[in-house]
Write a protein of this length. Structure first.
Length: 260
C-alpha cells in the first residue's frame, strides 16, 4: 500500500473516532439535560408541597379560628326536645320513688332490729326465770332433809361415847349440806323478834303477850329460806297480839262528866 493510501486510511479512522466521540458526548448531554429537568421538576413539586402544607401548619399552630367559636357555642343555646324533657321527668320521678322506698326499707329494718332485740331480751329473761324456778323446786325438796337434821340435833341427847360419835357423824353431814346450800345462794330466815311480814312469814298462831308488841314474831315453828331475793319457803311463825288486860282497860274507863 502506498503512503497516500495509508494517510487516507488514518484520516478516515480519526474521523470515525471523532464522530463516535461526538455522539457519545451528545448522549451524555441529553442525559444531563434530562437529569436537570427532573431535578427542576422535583424542586418545583417540593416547593408546591411546602406551599400547600404551609397554610395547614400555620392553622394548626395558630389554634382555632374565629369561625370555630359559633360551632362550640352552639350546644349552649340548643334546647332539649320534648322527648328529652319527658325522659328527664321520668328519671326524676323514678329517683323520688326509689328514695321513698329506701326510707321505708330503713324504717322497716329499724323496727325489725328493735323487735329482735326485745325478743332476745325477753327470751333471755324467760330462760333465767325457768332456771330459777327449776333451781327453787330442787332446793325445796332438800329443805325437808335439812329440817330432819335440825330436829334430830335438838332432840337427840347423846349418853355415851358411841352415841356421841354417831351424833357427830350426822352433824358433819348436816353441816356439809348447809355449806353447799349457802354456796348456791340459799340463806335462812331468823324472824323471831321482827315485825310480821306476809311476804316472808306465814302466821299459824296469835298469842296475846306483853313481852312483845302487837304484830311482832314471838316464835318460829318452821324455818324459812331465801334464794337470793326469792322466797324459797315462808317461815311458819307465831305472832304477838294485844293482851286481854290492855283490851279491857279502855272499855272500863269512862270519861269524866263535865263540870257545870
Amino acid at each position: 500500500m502506498s503512503k497516500e493510501a495509508q494517510v487516507t486510511e488514518e484520516q478516515k479512522q480519526q474521523e470515525k473516532t471523532q464522530t463516535e466521540w461526538a455522539a457519545e458526548n451528545a448522549g451524555g448531554a441529553s442525559n444531563s439535560a434530562d437529569d436537570a429537568s427532573e431535578a427542576a421538576a422535583s424542586n418545583e413539586w417540593g416547593h408546591q408541597g411546602k406551599v400547600q402544607d404551609a397554610p395547614r401548619e400555620a392553622l394548626e399552630e395558630s389554634g382555632p379560628t374565629e369561625t370555630a367559636e359559633p360551632a362550640a357555642a352552639a350546644p349552649e343555646t340548643q334546647q332539649a326536645s320534648p322527648e328529652e324533657y319527658m325522659a328527664m321527668e321520668a328519671l326524676v320521678q323514678a329517683n323520688q320513688a326509689f328514695t321513698i322506698q329506701l326510707e321505708e326499707l330503713k324504717s322497716q329494718y329499724a323496727r325489725l332490729a328493735a323487735d329482735f332485740d326485745n325478743f332476745r331480751k325477753r327470751t333471755q329473761k324467760e330462760k333465767l326465770e325457768l332456771e330459777a324456778q327449776a333451781k327453787c323446786a330442787t332446793i325445796r325438796e332438800l329443805l325437808t332433809v335439812v329440817d330432819n337434821f335440825e330436829r334430830a340435833k335438838e332432840q337427840i341427847k347423846p349418853q355415851n361415847d358411841g352415841e356421841m360419835n354417831l351424833h357427830k357423824s350426822y352433824l358433819s353431814v348436816y353441816k356439809q349440806m348447809v355449806e353447799s346450800l349457802k354456796r348456791i345462794g340459799v340463806s335462812a330466815m331468823y324472824p323471831k323478834g321482827e315485825e310480821f311480814d306476809p311476804n316472808f312469814h306465814e302466821a299459824v298462831m296469835r298469842e296475846p303477850t306483853r313481852e312483845y308488841g302487837e304484830g311482832i314474831v314471838t316464835d318460829e315453828f318452821r324455818r324459812g329460806y331465801m334464794l337470793g331475793d326469792r322466797v324459797l319457803r315462808h317461815a311458819l311463825v307465831k305472832v304477838a297480839a294485844a293482851s286481854e288486860d290492855d283490851e279491857e282497860a279502855p272499855a272500863s274507863e269512862t270519861p269524866d262528866s263535865p263540870q257545870e
